[in-house]
Write a protein that binds this ligand. Sequence first.
Ligand SMILES: Cc1ncc(COP(=O)(O)O)c(C=O)c1O
Length: 382
Amino acid sequence: MSGAQDRIPVMVPWLGEEEAQAAAEAVRSGWVAQGPRVAAFEQAFAERVGAAHGVAVSSCTTALHLSLVALGLGPGDEVVVPSLSFIATANAVRYVGAEPVFADVDLATGNLTAETIAAVRGERTRAVVLVHQGGVPADVEAVRKACAQWDVAIVEDAACAIGATVAGGPVGAGALLAAWSFHPRKVITTGEGGMVTTDDAEVAARLRRLREHGMNASAAERHASRTPVLEQYLEVGFNYRMTDIQAAVGLVQLGKLDEVVGRRRALAARYDALLAAELPRLRPVRDPAHGTTTFQSYWVLPEDGWPEGRDAVLAGLAEAGISARRGIMAAHLEPAYADHPHADLPVTERITRDSLILPLFHTMTEQQQDRVVEALAREAPR
Ligand SMILES: Cc1ncc(COP(=O)(O)O)c(C=O)c1O
């Protein structure tokens, strides 16, 4: 029986002395709100994901909201989203008064495809939020081609996909708008935090205004000016800023990105080998043909369901001191969307019912991994 001490968590962010120092330096500098460190983080991050501009914000949820505002979406517009996503994806559409239209996903990747989008697209469809679920890249080339024909804009929800690749480049490259998350469950973290990336300088300038109350001059610019700057508020904006303390941590984390993704991928490959030997009826998530995942989430799906149901397996693992998680949620099954009409979503419902996310974190040991697989073998179909 495992004690509380050796409980295996589902995720542990890889933070150390360097991040602590960087945060302390930001505090000592006296400038703790959005300032030079945010600007440096934006530039480094955008470069890393192959975009021209980065606009740091308070979360991926606010990044999605601002992206939809920037597209000019509002009441009467429809936005196709996967129901199979963290609920923030659908909620962001509601924030601008538009209607989320749930599309089904591909069984192997958990992502929308050009076909599943086409199945629900209507006259009023103005945009798609294309999620790279759990870090698995969606087939952006195929979806961009289809959406260009329909004149439908794409916002990429890349919350989990920092460091993923698609079509031979980083996820984010060539995106009209991509939204990212630095929550501690994600690949790299700033505590809370997010970013929008885009190649369009005018859109980036508007996003910068929108995150700061619609102001035409940032607090940092006013501080740096030798003459008084009388700012104007050009439109109704928000306070969605990131702090310089967070950005200082983000800069250090970004420097570790390759190592973090490499380690996650190595641990995933080891899980693959252990599961193939012990539990061949469990299908682990893997790289699609068009790219590579970050394994932000390592989920398994049994070929024919769990004998006692997935939640019994979760309980069995918890009993053995292992924090697994139910797989990705489905928004259309939540009370918040109970009255929301939707098409049939059989693949979404299968994945959300049966998938299970196993612990995976940078400092995970082989011994811990073995314990997870042993405990799973006691619960899972062979
Ligand atoms: C696909 C997806 N989109 C958006 C979010 C929201 O991110 P944040 O917590 O940074 O707002 C998450 C977080 O889990 C997510 O997984």
